[in-house]
Write a protein that binds this ligand. Sequence first.
Ligand code: NAP
Length: 263
Amino acid sequence: MDLRIEGKVALVTAASKGLGKAVATQLASEGANVIICSRNLESLQKAKSEITKKTNTVVSVIACDVTNEKQVKQMIDSIIDEFGTIDILVTNAGGPPAGGFSDFNVEDYRKAVELNLLSTVSLCQKVVPLMQKQKWGRIVMMTSVSVKQPIANLILSNTARTGVIGFMKSLSNEVAKDGITVNSICPGYTKTQRIENLAEAFTNSRKGTIEDFYKKLEAEIPMKRIGSPEEFAQSVAFLVSEGAGYITGVSLKVDGGFAKGLF
Ligand code: NAP
């Protein structure tokens, strides 16, 4: 299937590692002009050379903390200066720390909301007007399968990410008439640094070994395996394609069947 995104300008945030990097790699291999950001310039440069090696294309890198509105504005302005617009926006950020109700205070919740919800709002506020002007755009908000089924010991993530779904659906209704689709993609357990961090938190809390952690996860997944960043990235690539132009306002799980509800 030809995704018809060749030459489109695609910004993928929080993409020096893991799922974001896999998405950037996939979009670059489909011929998009990809810009990636994260907080650490060194890891961005490393990601850039890995993506170039894999796809034979050059991606642009910008150091930006997506929770910092000023930095987000500077990033968008510099993309407009260089590329003129943004056609595809894939929003992503790091995940909040693991823990349950008694582990966190209100400030921790505030930080989680800033990281996962407000960063998404701030990116969209700056990018949507560009898409409205050109009457075409694709926005995919990376969340988590926790928006369908809360995950034990991830209360901050479970709480902050559901707000993204309310925002996504509301925005999708408002901008559909402008040729913009807005969707969310919800990864289940996928093999990245984030999962390794959760495995470490599990062993640190003396609940068992690393092997116990992975066995426990795999037992909960009908496919009996953790997903790969590449298969996640291919789903995002479909949602931003020309052919997905009539899909908007959905939250697509890429979770090997982990969430057991009907929707
Ligand atoms: P990861 O491997 O830890 O990578 C996180 C990326 O986000 C890094 O590139 C990091 O780079 C960047 N980042 C973190 N905070 C940032 C910020 N404030 N501004 C800009 N960039 C930032 O994580 P992942 O597994 O790819 O997960 C990506 C997202 O999906 C996370 O929110 C995670 O919680 C969620 N998720 C993951 C899974 C999974 O199984 N992997 C499942 C469900 C949901 P810098 O450190 O350089 O900023």
